[in-house]
Design a protein around this ligand. Structure first.
Ligand code: GDP
Length: 309
């Protein structure tokens, strides 16, 4: 199956959760026993009860034989390191802006980081159903914001959709059919590049998110940069300075499906997975096939935060 990895960047309350729920529903990614009430990116409390601390949310939807991993980004600069790590896993981004509120400066930080990485975002002007929506002005504000953040000519020529996440539609034109979110799905497939990876190389990934789980112990999430991960495969863990800190096995391999993380036997380069079974690995270590002697290129990050519950 083809793959796309995107980040979603929005000011709080601009409708991220509602839009992702609608994407899940329309992609048919919900199983019968999953309720939209689970709220895609809002289930932190539930997860805390279960003893898991989710630092970044990943939701996975399928559209036209392509799996789209959508990663939530924290809103402010306090999460600087985390933002960079999340952005290192994606090839595209959706900037979601409320059509009445406009482009708020709080998203500047994350947007600036995304632009600096060369990401060419898709802009979604959301809540067009609001009576006080002012889409044309908001479009201009977003253009000015991009320009002030140093966007290049390709980034300034951003594709833009008008949408109502609540009503479940997105259109390229203001007077479009307001039917469904197909235009947004299609734009993601068209505009966001596939992960550029070598699936035949030995397995390697850079751990970008660290969590602790009562049952599974340390869980490390990252994008598989090369090769294939297989459950129970032997791996070594390399620090960015090249020190081998651990050898072990991937006792658990989890891939994202809808709102869930599900155990899989195998996953290939480009996919974002969570792995368990290692006791010393941290971020931004390289977890790799034992034949790999050099850490994979890592990205600038803050010191790891491990929250035990
Ligand atoms: P988040 O904080 O970005 O995840 O935003 P939510 O999805 O939780 O939405 C914030 C508020 O905006 C809620 O009261 C939603 O009902 C409302 N909302 C979300 N999408 C739309 C929309 O398309 N139109 C309108 N009018 N309201 C919306």
């Amino acid at each position: 199956m083809e793959l796309r990895n995107i980040a979603i960047i929005a000011h709080v309350d601009h409708g991220k959760t509602t839009l992702v729920d609608a994407l899940l529903k329309q992609s048919g990614s919900f199983r019968d026993n999953q309720h939209v009430a689970d709220r895609a990116m809002d289930s932190n409390d539930l997860e805390r009860e279960r003893g898991i601390t989710i630092l970044a949310k990943c939701t996975s939807v399928v559209w036209k034989e392509t799996r789209i991993n959508i990663i939530d980004t924290p809103g402010h600069a306090d999460f600087g390191g985390e933002v960079e790590r999340i952005l290192s896993m994606v090839d595209g981004a959706i900037i979601l802006v409320d059509a009445a509120e406009g482009a708020l400066p709080q998203t500047k930080f994350v947007l600036g980081k995304a632009l600096a990485r060369g990401i060419r975002p898709i802009v979604v002007v959301n809540k067009i159903d609001r009576s006080d929506a002012r889409p044309d002005e908001v479009h201009e504000e977003i253009f000015d914001l991009f320009a002030s953040l140093g966007a290049d000519e390709h980034q300034l020529d951003f594709p833009m959709l008008y949408a109502s996440g609540r009503q479940g539609w997105a259109d390229l034109e203001l007077d479009g059919p307001k039917k469904d979110l197909a235009p947004l799905f299609d734009l993601v497939l068209r505009h966001v590049p596939q992960p550029n990876v070598d699936k035949d190389a030995p397995f390697g990934m850079v751990a970008t998110i660290l969590e602790s789980d009562n049952f599974l112990g340390r869980i490390l999430t990252g994008r598989i940069d090369q090769g294939r991960a297989k459950v129970n495969m032997p791996v070594r863990v390399l620090r960015p300075d090249g020190t081998i800190v651990e050898t072990g096995r991937l006792t658990k391999l989890l891939s994202f499906r809808g709102l869930d993380r599900v155990p899989v036997d195998e996953a290939e380069a480009g996919d974002i997975v969570a792995v368990a079974g290692l006791s010393d690995a941290t971020i931004p270590d390289t977890i790799a096939d034992p034949s790999i002697n050099e850490p994979l290129p890592s990205r600038p990050v803050d010191p790891p935060t491990l929250s035990m519950t």
